[in-house]
Write a protein that binds this ligand. Sequence first.
Ligand SMILES: Cc1cc2nc3c(=O)[nH]c(=O)nc-3n(C[C@H](O)[C@H](O)[C@H](O)COP(=O)(O)OP(=O)(O)OC[C@H]3O[C@@H](n4cnc5c(N)ncnc54)[C@H](O)[C@@H]3O)c2cc1C
Length: 470
Amino acid sequence: MTVNRTILEPQRELPVAGAYDVVVAGGGPGGIAAAVAAARAGAKTLLLERYGFLGGIATAGWVDLLLGISPAATGEMVVGGVFRELVDGMADLGCARPFDEGVKSGRIPFEPEAFKLVADALVLGSGADLLLHSNVGEVIVEGDRLRAIVLEGKSGARAVEAKVFVDATGDADLVARAGARWEMGRPGDGRVQAMSLIMQMGGLDVERVPTRGGADDAEAKALMREAMLRGLRAYRWATPELSPDLRQDSLAFNVTHLSGNPIDAGDLTRAEVQGRRDAWEIGRWMQETVPGMERAHLQLTAHMVGVRESRCMVGIETVTGEDVVTGRKREDAIARCTFGLDVHCPMAHTGPEAVQVGGVACRATCRKKDCVMFTRYPEYLPRQGHTGERSWYDIPYGALVCADLRNLLACGRCLSADHLAMASLRVMGPAMATGQAAGEAAAMAAPDGDAGAVNVAELQRRLRDCGAAI
Ligand SMILES: Cc1cc2nc3c(=O)[nH]c(=O)nc-3n(C[C@H](O)[C@H](O)[C@H](O)COP(=O)(O)OP(=O)(O)OC[C@H]3O[C@@H](n4cnc5c(N)ncnc54)[C@H](O)[C@@H]3O)c2cc1C
């Protein structure tokens, strides 16, 4: 849809639906942790979410594996606090690998439906108010402060005021609407990582389905490679995590790659439509080809195409790819991250092209040398893909604090980070750890409405008391 003219919106008087200490926009992993932390710290808190359930990419995107918990080499826990409570809650239902085992393996498979239920309980149990079906629309800014968010939803347009706001929308919608600075994508052309529509196959003979890392895994990869060369629009074979802790007679697959701008509804529409077509085609191929899937069927595609990267707020500090690679430690750390530079190529190669370029990740070893990264930014190409798996780096408080508005914080996928660092920070462990820090800080900042004035040593002490790993 091209925009080539404008229309003047008449001024309107808005009903004010509430006045809070802290309003958290977006109920994904980051927003859940932020709302719980702020409410437990004594702030009158509201969590807003556009969908009818919490969880963000974990539930709406049907991504059923928590990463960024511990470096694989050391098994040292780098995220605790609300993240741990969420895992414990799901494990108690028999719907997630127990936390301690997850720390050892660095991976926690879980059932997205359980995530929704446990997240509801955590948020409401913390004393925070929860409002679903509420999209952040316009905002009201006064000077260098955000005064109110206008919610657009079934109840019509309503304003909600707060002393401090946390942007946990993944796309930094609040930052953008408030006119604060943001950045997006790789240098040169601003393209972001490929999106994926997760697909779940039901009716599996799980005992016979290839297992991750096994000999049959390699066979499945080879079969998929052949099919991709013949034109199947997948980007890889990815055997899902089979876990004895879970009842798995269906499995979710992360095998579609879709390019586009995730803050453009037209591009998102094209990605959803293409992703569904691809999922059906790949599902049919699985039935015909993969052992244990002869009687399988496409049970669901995720409620939304999964967005790996979009806007990042400009903060008073920024996490960089260099910080990830060097495992940088900081005095003002409020969270840790241990995930490598996993840049799903923004060109979203699928089928024969994906085979030809030799992998899905953007890195110096890619065989397709005619892209902007090779021609103009070769020094920016990831060389040490997974440094984060051997160590961890610190996330500074300043990366959560908006450079332009005093009472605005961000967490999760929209905190202040460059394209490379976001390729590491984007997973759910750090999203929740930074969410908890943002929520705790928002509660501390509420009396003065000034996030930049928070005493970081005191914030660190409070986070440690709440079980955070810093
Ligand atoms: C395909 C794919 C695979 C992935 N695989 C893994 C994996 O295996 N392990 C892992 O740990 N991580 C994985 N990730 C990354 C991870 O899931 C996300 O980056 C993480 O969920 C980020 O959390 P968040 O809370 O910052 O944002 P999100 O999860 O995106 O949550 C943002 C929330 O805000 C809501 N929202 C957005 N805009 C508005 C608005 N305007 N008004 C109101 N609400 C709004 C959304 O509905 C959503 O609930 C994957 C991501 C993708 C896309």
